[in-house]
Design a protein around this ligand. Structure first.
Ligand code: PMV
Length: 311
């Protein structure tokens, strides 16, 4: 039997890094997907080559944690650039889990989101469930410290607990500017933790980012894009103060601003990508490309992980 599933990439609109400390954050699924096809095999393999922990940490951890005793052969097709802050690893993990569940029976999105988070936490050494729940559920996702409207599920790890909510947002066009520099999330998250433990200014920045997430969500819901853009700028500056910026991100943000409501880095930083909120996406795309970046015009995507007809 061959099964196939797809899951969307994501963009963090507000609150990356602070969310690891339990602060509110807002993310949205985007119209770029990963599609995985799986069939039973006599060993675990990707495109005919054996899967190894060293080369495929997310896939290996997913298979182990899903406790699947049936070895599988898998192939992956991706529209999401890797290590770009667009959530490709969460989309891979969540669509692989959907395939494994489909081999046994039906899909349970909550359990996919839980296992995908455990995988991401294990591989990165520290993580919040924002990427994995967004890839699994689709649409807008709001993380809060307590249960609110449109509650989905709560996820706990160590002394942290995150309450995940669906969040309906107006359809938006965003331009993603990718530096093409692959920055691993784990060390960036560890750097912010060290700063948090050392400096009161870092703790203040993280708390303010949490407030910005809520203010930004309100602004978007009221379609006050100017305010949302201003808050994106403030969030970006605070992320810079947490030392996760990069000169190329800065250049892309500055180049986008004349044609945007606002712009900021998105995801872990240190390279990776930035986003601009705009109604002139082609102008922003050109401006980023003129600085040597790769730019993608994306829209928000309501559909989370789903089974697909086989490739
Ligand atoms: O690198 P990305 O796009 O997967 O984003 C990571 C977001 C962080 O807040 C930095 C880490 C996390 O797990 O929430």
């Amino acid at each position: 039997m061959v099964v196939s599933a797809s899951a969307p990439g994501k963009l963090i609109l507000f609150g990356e890094h602070a969310v690891v400390f339990g602060e509110p954050a807002l993310s949205v699924a985007i119209n770029l997907r990963i599609i995985i096809e799986v069939s039973p095999s006599d060993r675990n393999e990707l495109d005919g080559m054996p899967l190894t922990r060293g080369r495929h940490p997310y896939l290996e951890a997913t298979l182990r944690r899903a406790q699947s005793d049936q070895p599988i052969s898998l192939s992956i097709r991706s529209e999401i650039p890797q290590a770009s802050g667009m959530g490709s690893s969460a989309a891979v993990t969540s669509s692989l889990l959907a395939c494994l569940q489909a081999l046994k029976g039906s899909l349970d999105r909550e359990s996919i989101a839980r296992i995908a988070f455990e995988v991401e936490y294990e591989v990165q050494g520290r993580a919040s469930p924002i990427d994995t729940t967004t890839a699994t559920h689709g649409g807008g996702i709001l993380l809060l410290r307590e249960k609110g409207e449109d509650f989905l599920w709560e996820i706990e790890k160590g002394d942290s607990v995150w309450f995940l909510h669906g969040c309906s947002l107006p359809e938006m066009t965003l331009v993603v500017g990718s530096t093409g520099l692959e920055a691993a999330t784990g060390p960036l998250v560890a750097g912010v933790k060290a700063l948090f433990e050392r400096e009161e200014a870092a703790r203040r920045a993280i708390r303010r980012i949490g407030e910005i997430s809520l203010e930004g969500m309100d602004a978007l819901r009221h379609r006050d894009l100017s305010l949302a853009g201003k808050l994106m700028g403030e969030n970006h500056d605070l992320l810079n103060s947490l030392e996760v910026g990069h000169p190329m991100l800065e250049e892309f943000v500055q180049a986008s601003l004349p044609y945007s409501y606002g712009a900021k880095m998105t995801g872990a930083g240190g390279g990776g990508s930035m986003i601009a909120l705009t109604d002139r996406p082609n102008r922003v795309k050109e401006a980023i490309e003129a600085c040597g970046g790769e730019a993608f015009i994306v829209t928000t995507e309501p559909k989370g992980v789903v089974l697909e007809p086989s490739i």
